[in-house]
Design a protein around this ligand. Structure first.
Ligand SMILES: NC(=O)C1=CN([C@@H]2O[C@H](COP(=O)(O)OP(=O)(O)OC[C@H]3O[C@@H](n4cnc5c(N)ncnc54)[C@H](OP(=O)(O)O)[C@@H]3O)[C@@H](O)[C@H]2O)C=CC1
Ligand SMILES: O=C[C@H](O)[C@@H](O)[C@@H](O)[C@H](O)C(=O)O
Length: 354
């Protein structure tokens, strides 16, 4: 599956399966997973005091190298992950092993403190990665944080809140992304974490329709409104956190277990395969060599299998139980129906603080 592709709205080909290079902190082995998840939520809110936690030195570069050698042809990174030097080393190991640059689809993302200077962010990423272009460059989140704040990536106010530039209009960031297309440093541009509301605001002003919207997506958060909207507008969906992020909390979902038994595969294979009939690219992340390899083995789910997973999603929706695992504390209402809290901003103006 990793060698199969979709075609983006500008003709560029993108693999169906990719390797995620977001390596957040590893759960301490002494903590039971339930306690870890509880603790992680609290720690997540504190993030920014020290920046993103780093994986052990060498872990990212070796995982990227293992992934490339195992057959992955898409590597998903971001400036904000703070590890693009290591991703670059992993890429280089792959190139040294004979894999050609033009056969690897490299993704990076413009971080919120660079919303008014996206080319600068891109240049920093390219330098770290050791590349002269990325295949896809995304707006990571539709928000701006203070470029002159107390941290390069996670500036905070004295009260601990993220240092947001409320006057910033996310469609201005998109205009800068459009300008990158003429530089030769990107093959395609897109967004990430855009709801239907935000996409509508962007499309009202855009000269170039985003090629991609990268969103959290799995049977416990199908985001069918966003997926359908993207499909109608020719925007390709990339699904992130398909296993439910750290620890893979979706492995025990009843239809996932049932389909894993039917196909005699790991539950992860079902959760990754779910996206292929939906027409999306799916990103898998693992630090573990055998899992990196195991995650390449997707299955062809039938329409009936997909229906089973969709029914599970719909039931959770009716019960108000959709679960979003990645929602950083920006304090903004980004327009996702399951996250109605936070400040509503539009066109650089605060509309409501509900
Ligand atoms: N645009 C955005 O805002 C975001 C983008 N992303 C992208 O999506 C990628 C994937 O999402 P991510 O949040 O990392 O989470 P995933 O849903 O991919 O889950 C990763 C977790 O699942 C475990 N795992 C992986 N494979 C298996 C397996 N076969 N069996 C059992 N456990 C497994 C990993 O463990 P271990 O590593 O210990 O093996 C890790 O704990 C990221 O790396 C990043 O590239 C993610 C979040 C936000
Ligand atoms: O891409 C993954 C996620 O979006 C991650 O980059 C953010 O959650 C970031 O760590 C933050 O705290 O805002």
């Amino acid at each position: 599956m990793a060698d199969q592709t979709y075609t983006l709205n500008n003709g560029v080909k993108i693999p169906k399966l990719g390797f995620g290079a977001h390596f957040p902190e590893t759960p301490p082995t002494t903590l039971p997973m339930a306690r870890w998840r509880e603790k992680k939520t609290n720690l997540f809110l504190l993030r920014g005091k020290t920046g993103t936690w780093q994986a052990d030195p060498g872990q990212v570069s070796s995982a990227v190298a293992v992934a490339l050698k195992a057959g992955y042809r898409l590597i998903d990174g971001a400036y904000c992950y703070g590890n693009e030097d290591e991703v670059g080393q992993g890429l280089r190991a792959g190139f040294d092993a004979g894999i050609r640059r033009e056969d690897v689809f490299v993704v990076s993302k413009a971080w919120a403190t660079y919303s008014s200077r996206v080319e600068e962010c891109l240049d920093k990423s390219l330098k770290s990665l050791g590349l002269d272009y990325v295949d896809l460059y995304l707006v990571h989140w539709p928000v701006a944080m203070n470029p002159d704040g107390n941290h390069d990536r996670f500036p905070k106010l004295p009260n601990g809140e993220r240092d947001i530039i409320w006057e910033h209009d996310h469609t201005d960031t998109w205009a800068q992304m459009e300008a990158l297309l003429g530089t030769g440093k990107v093959k395609a541009i897109g967004v990430s974490n855009y709801s239907v509301r935000y996409l509508e605001q962007l499309l009202a002003k855009a000269k170039v329709v985003p090629a991609v919207n990268q969103i959290e997506n799995h049977p416990a958060l199908p985001q069918q409104d966003v997926v359908d909207f993207c499909r109608a507008k020719g925007i390709h969906v990339m699904a992130y956190s398909p296993l439910g992020s750290t620890g893979g909390p979706l492995f025990k979902a009843e239809p996932v277990v049932r389909l894993a038994e039917k196909y005699k595969v790991a539950p992860a294979a079902i959760l990754l395969s779910y996206h292929i009939p939906r027409g999306s690219t799916v990103l898998a992340k693992s630090v573990t060599e055998e899992r990196i390899k195991e995650n390449l083995k997707l299955v062809d789910l039938t329409a009936e299998d997909s229906r089973l997973l969709d029914e599970y999603s719909e039931k959770l929706g009716r019960e108000g139980k959709h679960e979003r695992f990645v929602y950083p504390p920006f304090g903004i209402n980004f327009g996702f129906p399951d996250q109605p809290q936070g400040v509503v901003v539009e066109g650089g103006k605060i509309i409501s603080k509900a």
